[in-house]
Design a binder for this molecule. Structure first.
Ligand SMILES: CC(=O)CC(=O)SCCNC(=O)CCNC(=O)[C@H](O)C(C)(C)COP(=O)(O)OP(=O)(O)OC[C@H]1O[C@@H](n2cnc3c(N)ncnc32)[C@H](O)[C@@H]1OP(=O)(O)O
Ligand SMILES: NC(=O)C1=CN([C@@H]2O[C@H](COP(=O)(O)OP(=O)(O)OC[C@H]3O[C@@H](n4cnc5c(N)ncnc54)[C@H](OP(=O)(O)O)[C@@H]3O)[C@@H](O)[C@H]2O)C=CC1
Length: 283
């Protein structure tokens, strides 16, 4: 199958990054979100990233304009009828994803592949909400999308080889490296990463150290590019909490219980960088 047009659902930090790399690779992109203001915010982030590349002389002004012209925005999911591939990057909640996939299944052409950028939710369950589970797949990008090389690819129980191959090829065209993993809660990336972040939050909660000290230990001691609490703020504390809840429920093992401090911050609306406050404050 020759994919030419892609819809990205959700214009948050992941959706805008995915739209950017798809447009840079030459695909025509429709970026969807619930409100125009979210779309505008997403396009602004993309413009800023491309401007940085122009400043570094990696892109010309004309190339930047051409990339931006390949991205259209919409608040109507029905525009998915025009595309060959949808990559969903809305919030990490099963009920939201099921509702989006049901609608997409009704609206899109028979050949259209429906991919999800979920961090941890079962692909098989999302696929079962559609009448085309063989064309549903996990395509898990890492944050920040324009920089990170990995895409975890996850087949649901019914995903067919053709769908896998198309997604693997597109990942390479986006200049990223595909790694196939099986459909278990958190896949590989978040099954390993998120308990470390949760444990770092416990060390703050239990008064073992300040967030700054925890981050310094992991940066200088383990050569991590960001400390775990800076990374949690970067990912979004709501997303971190949803992922821990999915691991906890999915494995039924208390070693995945989310730290009460993480719950408290999310309840307070301290979601990290995107709301200006998390373990740290941001302008
Ligand atoms: C939750 C999930 O489901 C899965 C996940 O995504 S988990 C999160 C995975 N991501 C990580 O672990 C990121 C860890 N952090 C890092 O790798 C680095 O800190 C970083 C790449 C984000 C920044 O790197 P740095 O060296 O500290 O900063 P800096 O020198 O400013 O940036 C390096 C490059 O990244 C680019 N960059 C940094 N942040 C960016 C962003 N938010 N968007 C786009 N580009 C960005 C910069 O422009 C720069 O590009 P060039 O080298 O081409 O000039
Ligand atoms: N943050 C990260 O580091 C990573 C996240 N992911 C996954 O990517 C997905 C998105 O995460 P992220 O970009 O960080 O989240 P954000 O909160 O930044 O963005 C989510 C966007 O989706 C919108 N949205 C919510 N519901 C719908 C809907 N029904 N239809 C269309 N758009 C909707 C949100 O609007 P509103 O603001 O109104 O809710 C928001 O603009 C999640 O599944 C997450 O687990 C994957 C890899 C890394």
């Amino acid at each position: 199958m020759n994919v030419q047009k892609v819809m990205v659902v959700g214009a948050g930090q992941m959706g805008s990054g995915i739209a950017q790399v798809c447009a840079q690779a030459g695909y025509n992109v429709i970026l969807h979100d619930l409100k125009d203001e979210f779309l505008q915010r997403g396009v602004n982030v993309i413009s800023k990233n491309l401007n940085r590349q122009v400043e570094k002389s990696r892109l010309s002004e004309d190339e930047k304009k051409e990339i931006l012209s390949r991205i259209k925005t919409t608040t109507s999911l029905e525009d998915a009828k025009e595309v060959d591939l949808v990559i969903e990057a809305a919030v990490e909640k099963m009920d939201v994803k099921i509702s989006i996939f049901k609608q997409l299944d009704e609206m899109t052409n028979e050949h259209t592949i429906l991919a999800t950028n979920t961090s941890s939710l079962p692909i098989t369950e999302i696929a079962a909400a559609t009448k085309r589970p063989e064309k549903v797949i996990g395509m898990h990008f890492m944050n920040p999308v324009p920089v990170m090389k990995l895409v975890e690819i996850i087949r649901g129980l019914a995903t067919n080889n053709e769908t896998y191959k198309v997604i693997e090829d597109i990942t390479k065209k986006l200049n990223k490296v595909p790694v196939e993993v099986n459909d278990f809660p958190g896949f590989v990336s978040n099954r390993v990463l998120m308990p470390m972040i949760n444990e770092a939050i416990y060390t703050v909660y239990e008064g073992v150290a300040t967030p700054e000290a925890v981050d310094e230990v992991m940066k200088l001691g383990m050569n991590h590019p960001m400390g775990p609490l800076t990374l949690a703020d970067f990912i979004g504390l709501d997303t971190c909490l949803y992922i821990m809840e999915i691991l906890h429920e999915g494995f039924g093992d208390d070693k995945y219980r989310p730290c009460p401090l993480l719950r408290k911050y999310v309840k307070a609306g301290w979601l990290g960088r995107k709301t200006g406050r998390g373990f740290y404050t941001y302008e």
